[in-house]
Design a protein around this ligand. Structure first.
Ligand code: BES
Ligand code: MN
Ligand code: ZN
Length: 517
């Protein structure tokens, strides 16, 4: 894991392998100019006040995502200076938006893989700015290398296997006040949050032959011991005894049996309890309604909701938040086999409701239905589920935005505002009652499929029926942003992203502070 320190040295005296500064596009009277961001002053001085001019000569325009590397002048104690673009300079020159800083720090950190220590001389005049830079840098300093650099048995004995490039080892924040309590707390929060997001990414990226319900549950059990979280694992036998027909129905086709994991973080002075429910399909083949080639290569990501919930509970525990947070991981592998659920089968859910399974590829709602009912039994103040639930949500909102549905308009609005505040793109979606009749079944209480149009909302309506009366509930469909297949950008790597963790953690913090109803 990448270390995070608050540098006591200024940019001119810090010994490191690189220094990062920010550069923006001028606006207004400075239009067409390059404007150095606060934090770059000492570095600029070492360039005799010509850093902006040098960058312009090298073709820099200050655009977001832009990165310029240049050799450091002799006045600095680093060999390399990296200038990252911040987009158009804000009206107030020091008021850079937190997400802009996060992304810029992430872009720099990605370019610094293989480096040991880098000083980040980006805006840090406020605690919020320093926290954003820390978060972005730590999230950008991520690489999933566990399966790379294997020994090649055919290579000559003396051939060097240098292995994969490791992420930047140390992020040193320059300009943040190292002895100030508020800075220290913010940095501690950024570190806990980023480490748990990166751990969620590792889980998502781990191939499904190694990450299956039992092994995921074992990871949760170990983390529970480490962080004082009570963990209970229901195995197949316990699921049968409890009547969890949804989870069992999805998992029965696989040699790797399903699990329901409960993680309970409690605070002695907590006044509220938040329940988080995650879809944990460790591999979604579609089951008997098999997905065609081209649609199954990335389906190890179908446990991203459970990974997000797991990360959020651990982060809440590490931060000692004054709120109870219960996480429910609904884990199963959706496979076709002679034991698999068939299209046409009827399952009896944990709630008692019967479901006609018309399409075994609509499995997420089956495992979540059981987990939502189970979570409701404990009468939490609110429930949020997170799931890579539908391709329809990706069609609606694209690859970077998750949809939010809820049984309570005010709660949906709060979640949307919280997501915006932490820099996660999301959008409120409705649950139109008229779509319910598409799930009417001649055989059972409900079918697991409805109209094709509005498929993301249909799935949301299905889930709603498994939430207890009077409990505020929101559903985050993260099928788009959970797994990034394009080129890395900002702090977002290829593969698992850790989508929704920041929103869940802020929700827990707000609940702890009594900010929510
Ligand atoms: N896991 C998929 C949804 C998904 C699609 C996640 C793309 C990430 C990227 C889900 O289980 C699924 O297969 N949903 C079906 C539902 C349909 C059969 C009603 C879908 O969206 O096609
Ligand atoms: Mn599916
Ligand atoms: Zn799925």
């Amino acid at each position: 894991m990448t270390a995070l320190t608050l540098s006591t040295a200024g940019a001119a005296t810090l010994r490191a392998d690189a220094l990062v500064v920010g550069v923006a596009k001028g606006a207004g009277s400075k239009s067409g100019d390059l404007v150095l961001a606060p934090g770059a002053e000492a570095v600029d001085k070492a360039f005799d006040g010509k850093l902006a001019a040098v960058l312009a000569t090298l073709g820099a325009v200050g655009a977001e995502g832009e990165l310029t590397k240049l050799p450091a002048p002799s006045g600095l104690k680093v060999p390399v200076v990296i200038a990252v673009g911040l987009g158009t300079v804000p009206d107030k020159e020091d008021a850079y938006d937190a997400e802009t800083l996060r992304r810029a720090a992430g872009t720099a950190a990605r370019a610094l893989s293989g480096f040991k220590k880098a000083g980040f001389a980006l805006p840090a005049a406020s605690v919020e700015d320093a926290a954003a830079v820390a978060e972005g840098a730590l999230l950008g300093a991520y690489a999933f290398t566990a399966y790379q650099g294997g020994e090649n048995k055919l290579a000559p004995k003396d051939a060097k296997n240098s292995g994969p490039k490791l992420p930047l080892a140390e992020v040193a924040l320059v300009g943040a006040k190292p002895r100030d309590k508020a800075y220290k707390a913010a940095v501690e929060r950024a570190l806990a949050l980023a480490e748990e997001i990166n751990r969620a990414r590792d889980l998502i990226n781990t191939p499904p032959n190694d990450l299956y319900p039992e092994s995921f549950a074992a990871v949760a059990t170990a983390a529970g011991k480490e962080h004082g979280i009570k963990v209970q694992v229901l195995d197949e036998k316990a699921l049968v005894k409890g009547g969890f027909g949804g989870i069992l129905g999805v998992g029965q086709g696989s040699a790797n049996g399903p699990r329901l994991v409960k993680l309970a973080y409690t605070h002695p002075k907590a006044e509220k309890t938040l329940a988080l429910v995650g879809k944990g399909i460790t591999y979604d083949s579609g089951g008997i309604s098999l997905k065609p080639a081209g649609h199954n290569e990335t389906m190890k990501c179908d446990m991203s909701g459970a990974a997000a919930v797991f990360a959020a509970v651990v982060t809440a525990a590490r931060l000692g938040l004054k709120v109870n947070v219960t996480g429910w991981l609904a884990l199963a592998e959706n496979m076709p086999s002679g034991n698999a659920t068939r299209p046409g089968d009827v399952l009896r859910m944990y709630s008692g409701k019967t479901v006609e399974v018309l399409n075994t590829d609509a499995e997420g709602r089956l495992v979540l239905g059981d987990a939502l009912t189970r979570a409701s039994e404990e009468k939490p103040d609110a429930i949020v589920d997170v799931a890579t639930l539908t391709g329809a949500m990706v069609l609606a909102l694209g690859n970077r935005t998750f949809g939010i549905m809820a049984n309570d308009d005010a709660f949906r609005t709060s979640i949307h505002e919280i997501a915006e505040e932490v820099g996660e793109a999301s959008w409120p979606m409705p649950l139109p009652a008229d779509l319910r009749k598409g799930m009417d079944s001649p055989t059972a209480d409900i079918a697991n499929m409805g109209e094709r149009m509005g498929g993301g909302l249909v799935a949301g309506l299905f889930l709603k029926e498994f939430v207890g009366e009077g409990i505020a509930w929101a559903h985050l469909d993260i099928a788009g942003p959970a797994f990034h297949e394009g080129a890395p950008y900002g702090y977002t790597p290829k593969g698992g992203t850790g989508s929704a963790v920041r929103t869940l953690v802020r929700l827990a913090e707000r609940t702890a502070d009594g900010d929510l109803g």
